[in-house]
Design a protein around this ligand. Sequence first.
Ligand SMILES: *Cc1c(COP(=O)(O)O)cnc(C)c1O
Length: 404
Amino acid sequence: MLSSNLGTGRFGPYGGRYVSETLVHALDELTEAAATIAGSEAFAKELSTLLAEYVGRPTPLTDARRLARALDPTGKVLGRLFLKREDLCHTGAHKINNALGQVLLATKMGKTRIIAETGAGQHGVATATACALFGIPCEVYMGAEDVARQAPNVGRMKMLGAKVIPVTAGSRTLKDAMNEALRDWVTNVATTHYCIGSAAGPHPYPELVARFQSVIGEEARRQILERTGRLPDAAVACVGGGSNAIGLFRGFLEASSVRLYGVEAAGHGVPSGKHAATLTAGRVGVLHGSKSYVLCSDGGQIEEAHSISAGLDYPGVGPEHAWLKDSGRARYLSATDDEALAAASLLARTEGIIPALETAHPFAKLDVIAQDVTAAAARPATIVLCLSGRGDKDLETYLARLAP
Ligand SMILES: *Cc1c(COP(=O)(O)O)cnc(C)c1O
């Protein structure tokens, strides 16, 4: 599964390692282990058994006929829409693919403690789940603001046996939790693995996480070939840190006929300044050990991100997406809170699927994407969209914000 070459850690000018000297050894050790241990036949077999027997993979590819016709009654622009159902993974989203891979790798490296950062708590829950499965202690850093806002996920992590550590520094949200986790890792690196939750952070994390998530794109590619006899015209996903998107894109990167679209959170609208559209409106900078696009002020201060969906509410983005944007291989759009809410409602009523708020963002841009694709391909678009997670966690927001 993982080939032995983990690359240079650079995606064009992006990526790299902007960390203190004390972490370089740990990152080298992880890079080595990712190549030798995670690159082995035996590891691939063990992980794929876990993914099948515990996570429920392969996840289905659902033909969303009613939604496609609701968006385009003629069928001339949006031909067929296939949903890659990561919402049906154990714990309800794609994050478990990466958490299981990293925790399995950490145990093979002889690590006896796992730490993680979490914003909304989704990655914290996935990591706590994997740690419970392997019987390894887990501590999760979480901004104090988020601990208060995300009580159900805090409860889940505790029930799974993890310790949740509230972070009171800075804005008391995800970026502060990530700083705190890095600080812990510096002190405890001999015994501890830091399980990063998205395709971001210093090398080798962006590549490691992308490889653990690439199971999404590999399955989707195989499934759509079986169903339609050809590759799709486009692959679409939401982009927070970018892990579910890169996981899907990796299945199609080499096929230049497949257009790639990422959709970020525009919050109250990009002009309002209250958004999380890092690739759309950010600038090049360094955040959490890696060079990429970031949301920052003229003075270089990292700014707060804003989105109705906690999982997209991050002022950075993985470096591979920065490069895919600059090179033109992928295109990035953004959807506002209101657009995402309306799209979630339409999906629920046409297909009987309540998506995570994060996942609702790409649905909101399907009409624009289908037009773009059809203009280029000169035929009705066949699109595969990564349905990254289920919406149970967001029900309160939906009920408060959507008219009955
Ligand atoms: C965390 C999360 C995301 C955003 O993370 P990526 O790393 O960009 O994939 C998207 N969807 C769901 C359901 C999430 O929980």
